[in-house]
Design a protein around this ligand. Structure first.
Ligand code: PEP
Ligand code: MG
Length: 569
């Protein structure tokens, strides 16, 4: 048994598929003069196979993708036929006796860095294409492509060193039974997505990549306890088959309360809204009784593609979400990229401390073109529902004012383009940086609502990287410092008369419900999978008791004491 962190609940039993990490690591092989002809043949064969593969992919996907998306395949084919690329590789084989893969990697790296340096978005995108094509060619040259694809004939448990949100977005969720990653944290976006998709996830099992595991091994995953078993004995399997059935029965039984009003035993109502990142997640949330959307993470619209989404495309998505929500509020958060959410095509700089770096509103205020396009799309969608705008990672009043300037500019442009929008769309901010808590009273004068992002707030207050499994035990949402800052924010909002909700993962942890009730929060936003658990706790709670409980919590010196008080209710 291997112990890690349970990051998405549920039980998975299935065969392992180990995702190879595509960090190329092969020897700098040289070729003997008499073998040069063979090496050229190997190179040409690699080119032919890569081209065939691209043509097949293009044909297979032409029904599903639009013309613009399939053009990418033509661009990739053109690279494999490009005379400069071919000449450079051939030159290295011919004159420096380098093996084909060594020559290809060298030329690809050179072209990629050349293109990345250019101050032109289009050229930067071409760098991505070259990287992609280079990887395909290298996989063929090294003869390891087919082996590395997930099994097609059966669902599997994915075991990976690391999995980015966009890699996860690429996977077919109906085929992924469970996931194990060696690095990451409970509130990393990959974990948030896995929970939204209902896929059990265990992070950082002991032994890491040295786990004695091979493709096809039978794995049992317990996403609640963070346990992983490799080829366990029949008793363990039997036990987990039963637990899985119990777990499913429990989830089904929760469906009974979907239509019950969300209120405590003493009649205090709460809004249980959803965190979503796509229309599919909204549908799941509505099935689980969500009242509106408290956080639409729009960054996923920007992922899994090669270029920025245009205003029209974004507008269509926001409009659909607004319409599907039937008049309930929908809070659209503007692009919160950076940190663990990267967009290759934006070519963000490598940073030593990405979470303290160029991210979220800092990028938006720097790349106003991109920000304005998104704001225009959101504003237009406001005609179709109760749409609100939220800025991420605000740490000063100036940032809010600057963001609002761009919003005003977006409105002016829409007016001159004669595109309709609601002029009084509400604007709010995420409270997720300690500085924002400290000046919550000042920020509350500038905006119409707050939403507390506990995922980042915990990371910044405790100086604990939310994605680092080594210090996962220090990532402690129940730390008395966090409780005090939550209270400070909620009190500031109340004094200034603006609503405050919570949209970090803490909101979806049913155990914290009395805390929110007692502190006076009346809107919680969480992943679709948590809605009914939290509701079930709400139905069995009392506001009066929760208030008393919070008085007690505020006197606790340690998170253990706080947890005990919460558990006692
Ligand atoms: C948060 O930080 O709590 C939050 C909701 O935003 P994200 O998880 O997307 O950073
Ligand atoms: Mg955040």
């Amino acid at each position: 048994m291997h112990k890690g962190t349970g990051a998405s609940s549920g039980i998975a039993i299935g065969k392992a598929f180990i995702l190879p990490s595509f960090e190329w690591d092969f020897p700098e092989t040289m070729v003997d003069v008499q073998d040069l002809a063979l090496e050229f043949e190997r190179f040409y064969e690699g080119i032919r196979t890569s081209k065939d593969e691209i043509v097949t992919m293009k044909q297979e996907l032409s029904d599903v993708l639009g013309k613009e998306e399939t053009n990418i395949f033509d661009a990739h084919l053109a690279i494999l036929e490009d005379p400069i690329f071919m000449n450079e590789v051939q030159g290295l084989i011919q004159r420096q006796y380098k093996a084909a893969e060594v020559a290809v990697k060298e030329v690809v790296d050179k072209f990629v860095s050349m293109f990345e340096l250019l101050d032109d978005e289009y050229m930067k995108e071409r760098a991505l294409d070259i990287k992609d094509v280079g990887n395909r060619l290298l996989k063929h040259l090294l003869g390891m492509y087919e082996d590395n694809l997930p099994p097609q004939d059966h669902p599997y448990i994915l075991v990976a060193q690391e999995l980015s949100p966009s890699q996860l977005a690429h996977l077919d969720p109906s085929r992924v039974l469970g996931i194990v990653t060696m690095v990451g944290g409970r509130t990393s976006h990959t974990a948030i997505m896995a929970r939204a998709m209902g896929i059990p996830l265990v992070i950082g099992p002991d032994q890491g990549m040295d786990l004695p595991i091979q493709n096809g091994d039978l794995v049992v995953l317990d996403g609640d306890e963070g346990l992983m078993y490799i080829n366990p004995n029949p008793m363990v399997i039997e036990l987990y088959v039963q637990r899985k059935e119990e777990w499913q029965r429990h989830r089904e039984s929760l469906q009974r309360i979907v239509h019950e009003p969300a209120q405590t035993m003493d009649g205090t109502e709460m809004v249980l809204a959803a965190n979503i990142s796509s229309i599919k997640e909204l549908e799941m949330a509505l099935k689980n009784g969500a009242t509106g959307v408290g956080l639409f993470r729009t960054e996923f619209l920007y992922m899994d593609r090669d270029t920025l989404p245009k205003e029209e495309e974004q507008f269509e998505v926001y409009r659909e979400v607004a319409q599907k929500n039937g008049g309930q509020p929908i809070v659209i958060r503007t692009l919160d990229i950076g940190g663990d959410k990267q967009l290759d095509y934006l070519a963000l700089p490598e940073e030593d401390n990405p979470c303290l770096g160029y991210r979220a509103v800092r990028i938006l205020l720097d790349r106003r073109d991109l920000f304005k396009t998104q704001l225009k799309a959101i504003l237009r969608a406001s005609m179709y529902g109760n749409v609100k705008i939220m800025y991420p990672m605000i740490s000063s009043v100036e940032e809010v004012r600057k963001a609002n300037e761009v919003l005003e500019q977006a409105k002016r442009e829409l007016l001159s383009e004669e595109k309709p929008f609601k002029p009084d769309v509400e604007v709010g901010i995420m409270i997720e940086v300690p500085a924002a808590v400290a000046i919550a009273d000042l920020l509350a004068r500038e905006v119409q609502f707050f939403s507390i992002g506990t995922n980042d707030l915990v990371q910044y207050v405790l100086a604990v990287d939310r994605m680092n499994e080594k210090i996962a035990h220090l990532y402690d949402p129940y730390h008395p410092a966090i409780i005090r800052l939550l209270k400070q924010t909620i009190d500031a909002a109340r004094t200034r008369g603006i609503p405050v909700s919570v949209c970090g993962e803490m909101a979806g942890d049913a155990q914290t419900l009395p805390l929110w009730l007692g502190l006076g929060v009346r809107v919680l936003s969480m992943s679709a999978q948590s809605l009914l658990q939290v509701k079930s706790r709400l139905l069995a709670s009392s506001e009066a008791e929760s208030r008393a409980l919070v008085e007690q919590i505020l006197t606790c010196a340690t998170s253990e004491e706080i947890k005990l008080v919460l558990q006692a209710q």
